[in-house]
Design a binder for this molecule. Structure first.
Ligand code: IMP
Length: 413
């Protein structure tokens, strides 16, 4: 019946995991379509925390197909580790049976990680997560990647793997003066992990389409955020995949027509990890407030996130690029306690933000679950955002627990 896309509109870390986890309750399938284990989606359930990097956040819905689409670069050791972690979290070892991945997923190896690390140490670093994501996508585009489906033929896999490892070691040694890695040992480990992965391979697009045709709902889960999109973001300070809505079709195998709704997720302020432009970045007391109250440390790397005011110009642009039907505004409670709140309306000719200054709210929004209990000043803030991005705010998140939400405008999958 319908496929909905949920994606971040800023620089990642918008709180997509919580939104996907909420929507996943009504979904027959939840799929990732881009990125890899550079993502960090934090789920809070009954006071416990689970951080997912590669598995879709819908993994906690024990009825849903958990799918990893062809647009995702997959590290097999990470996949294994995360499946084990989820088993331990839910106490159910049936999780693995619900996770399927496309044979077309490019595999991410140790050579990719080492190249990412070596480059980050050099002059051209941009503050990546050092997970090997960029080099893995390079190999995909250059048509030398090994894909998950290649695991079916161990001999052919070994030959291709050793050729790729040779290339990676050449770059590591000759270009970066770094130590090579033991390709034979990684090949053995990969083939051993591969045996467990082969039964997980499936026609992801076909499964999604079958759910849609029988009237069920599917959810496509974005990673990172629109401002990190390789084409539309703050290039070259971007990730190596496309993170905007169009990528949901390509990376899952669905057609653009099958994506019926797009929900954008944005924090009530802005954060960024890694280098790159951030016009509304703060370095004063308000930054400390946002960082502390928002617990702004990277879920994947633990790096402190840079914090700043909401940039309505950038948000409006990305809302348009993604064609969003609604906005999920997260972490509004983090603004509790601020006397004045600023939002960037536009950048001037020198790229400096022009701010609109608003009153903060005295009565906290933390934990509010009913729209009528939102203070007037908070409502004015939401109204301003809605007007500016030309889309309704469909959900306001007021705390980390699943239930800390205000639903508006008939939000549903
Ligand atoms: P890469 O994706 O590891 O190559 O990193 C490229 C840029 O994207 C860096 O600025 C990273 O900090 C950023 N990035 C990648 N994944 C995430 C994420 O899940 N959240 C926030 N930033 C991310």
């Amino acid at each position: 019946m319908s496929a909905a896309v949920v994606l971040g509109l800023q620089w990642g870390d918008e709180g997509k995991g919580k939104i996907v986890d909420l929507l996943a309750r009504d979904a027959a399938a939840v799929a990732r379509f881009q990125g890899g284990h550079n993502a960090g989606h934090t789920l809070h359930v009954d006071g416990r925390k689970l951080v997912l990097h590669l598995l879709p956040s819908g993994v906690l819905n024990d009825e849903a197909d958990c799918l990893i689409g062809n647009g995702v670069v997959v590290s097999l050791p990470q996949l294994r580790a995360e499946l084990d972690e989820v088993h331990a979290f839910v106490g159910d070892d049936g999780v693995g049976a619900r996770v399927k991945l496309s044979p077309a997923c490019p595999l991410l190896f140790e050579g990719h990680r080492l190249l990412d690390v070596a480059r980050e140490r050099g002059a051209g670093g941009i503050g990546t997560t050092c997970r090997g994501i960029g080099p893995a996508y390079e190999d995909k585009v250059a048509r030398r990647a090994l894909r998950a489906g290649d695991l079916a033929d161990a001999d052919a896999f070994a030959e291709k793997f050793l050729a790729l490892a040779d290339y990676h070691n050449f770059l590591l040694e000759k270009r970066h003066g770094a130590a090579p890695f033991d390709a034979a040992a990684e090949l053995d480990a990969t083939l051993a992990l591969g045996d467990a992965v082969l039964p997980m391979l499936a026609d992801v697009a076909g499964r999604l389409r079958a759910h849609l045709r029988r009237g069920a709902r599917a959810l496509l889960e974005g990673a990172q955020g629109a401002m990190l999109d390789n084409d539309c973001g703050t290039y070259p300070y971007v990730t190596s995949s496309n993170t905007t809505a169009a990528a949901a079709a390509l990376g899952s195998g669905l057609s653009p027509h099958e994506l019926q709704r797009v929900y954008g997720v944005a924090k009530a302020y802005a954060t960024r990890v890694g280098d790159g432009p951030f016009p509304t970045e703060l370095r004063d007391g308000a930054a400390a407030h946002l960082s502390k109250r928002g617990d702004e440390f990277g879920a994947t790397t633990g790096r402190p996130r840079r914090c700043g005011w909401l940039d309505l110009e950038a948000l409006g642009r990305m809302a348009a690029v993604c064609g969003i039907d609604g906005l999920c505004l997260t972490k509004l409670d983090v603004l509790d306690g601020l006397e004045r709140i600023r939002v960037c309306e536009e950048l001037d000719a020198d790229g400096k933000p022009r701010y609109l200054e608003l009153d903060g709210w005295r009565q906290p929004v933390a934990g509010v679950r009913d729209e009528a209990r939102l203070p007037d000043a908070a409502r004015r803030y939401i109204d301003l955002i809605e007007t500016r991005i030309d889309a309704p705010v469909v959900l306001v998140s007021t705390g980390s627990e699943r239930e800390d939400c205000v639903f508006r405008n008939g939000f549903s999958l």
